[in-house]
Design a binder for this molecule. Sequence first.
Ligand SMILES: CC(=O)SCCNC(=O)CCNC(=O)[C@H](O)C(C)(C)COP(=O)(O)OP(=O)(O)OC[C@H]1O[C@@H](n2cnc3c(N)ncnc32)[C@H](O)[C@@H]1OP(=O)(O)O
Ligand SMILES: CC(C)C(=O)C(=O)O
Ligand SMILES: [Mg+2]
Length: 511
Amino acid sequence: MQKIKIYDTTLRDGEQTPGVNLNFSEKLEIAKQLERLNVDIIEAGFPAASKGDASSVQKIAQTIKNSTVTGLARCVQSDMDIAWESLKDGVNPRLHIFLATSPIHREYKLKMTKEQVIETSVEAVKYAAAKFPVVQWSAEDASRTELPFLAEIVEKVIQAGAHVINIPDTVGYGTPYDYGQIFKYLKENVPSIHKVDLSTHCHDDLGLAVANSLAAIENGATQVEGTINGIGERAGNTALEEVALALRIRKDYYNTETRLHLQEISRTSSVVSKLTGMIVPANKAVVGANAFAHESGIHQDGVLKEKSTYEIISPELVGFASNNLVLGKHSGRHAFKNRLEELGLVVEEEEISELFADFKDLADRKKEMTDDDLTALVLEKKISKEDQYYQLLSIEVQSKGNEHSATITLSGRNNENITKTGIGKGSVEAVYNTLESMVDENVNLLDYRIQSVGAGRDALAQVFVKMRCLEMDTSGRGLAQDVIEASAKAYLNAINRVLYIKESSDSELVK
Ligand SMILES: CC(=O)SCCNC(=O)CCNC(=O)[C@H](O)C(C)(C)COP(=O)(O)OP(=O)(O)OC[C@H]1O[C@@H](n2cnc3c(N)ncnc32)[C@H](O)[C@@H]1OP(=O)(O)O
Ligand SMILES: CC(C)C(=O)C(=O)O
Ligand SMILES: [Mg+2]
């Protein structure tokens, strides 16, 4: 049976999603969850993009042991040097370099001839292969490239030392048939193709990313790239969980296998959604809230008689297993710790007491604590540690008709307590006006979204905001049982991130 390698680029191409801006702790948390999912390769970032990117790729490479960590670089020596510094401490350091090959990109973007694109790629692969044990080369916009030229350059970069050749459908232009034919053509026309892994990397502009990736696999790809929940630039990337399930459920057809721990899929999806703020639509395949729900009478009748009538994936296969142990305010430390372990939420011993106190506090107000609540609680606690300039101490909102006022106490940047009152046309506006006057920065709110974690009237509220502050676009996330408190926390989280980036921009992050 053909083995298919799973290459996750949630932290690189996924982070190119407009408005998604992960801090280091969030990236590390996602990387650890991808390792639990057992992906073969984690593309952790683009080290040359910024010091922060270089630093987080470096720390992820140093931490992750069971997946290979890679990073992206242009065919530019300084990009590759920075990537080497970030990746050299990882297990089997691997570099991903790319250069566009299509006529449109050659003429308008790179302003290079075919010969220059070949020469630049070959030189870059040689330079990279002298440092890295594994080098992947990508032909950006491959699906709009003349096939004979694509075959020619692929042969030359293999001879220069590339171990993996990626054929991206960068702008989501391909259709399953013609994208699949590119792989067939390369298999038949590149003499050294048997020496490398052929990789597929698709975008979803026409909603065909998963279908195209599967067509590539049918035609010889042995590595598939994508992101969790399909997040990414524009319409996003191939949703890896969908490809993985298609390969598993239709093993009879594809005759392939991956090393993924499929039962980690729902948790991975939830972690990525919570940390990026990219909400998973209810009807999303494999991980949507309705993916296993049956509404109509005839379907329900069928499922009651025999599940396989309408269910081709069992929820347990992707980790939606129901748990018999209900956690609530009467639960003890052992059950709490045990559940965290079952959920794969790795928490240091010294953090348990603090988390358990938060759990009890919340459980006092909520009837039942769901797995989603626990995941949100733990992520919130772990992630919020990185950048704590302003902290919310108390908040009180009063409303009289159309007049709303908020009185807020914060712990400030020097641990001093600040209290202020402000007004607004709605309660959230009153809170945000008050906070703006307290943090002393000009803040432009660009987006505000609210989502409930779990169901029921006592569900937790998660608020995502995007704002512009100190000439930077930033995002923030807040979790609380009360929507006003969650809104205030999201605002402060965004402000704290900007201050963190600003204050660390002068310091040398990669040593
Ligand atoms: C399809 C993809 O997803 S590709 C990855 C996209 N991701 C990103 O771009 C995120 C990270 N990027 C960045 O932080 C920045 O773009 C940087 C640091 C890499 C470069 O920044 P800048 O030096 O300011 O250049 P800028 O981004 O404006 O332009 C890109 C330059 O790289 C060139 N370039 C583009 N791709 C490549 C490549 N693969 N190899 C070599 N040069 C390239 C462009 O032609 C342009 O060159 P020019 O300045 O001579 O016209
Ligand atoms: C860098 C490459 C692989 C890419 O993301 C694309 O072409 O979509
Ligand atoms: Mg891409």
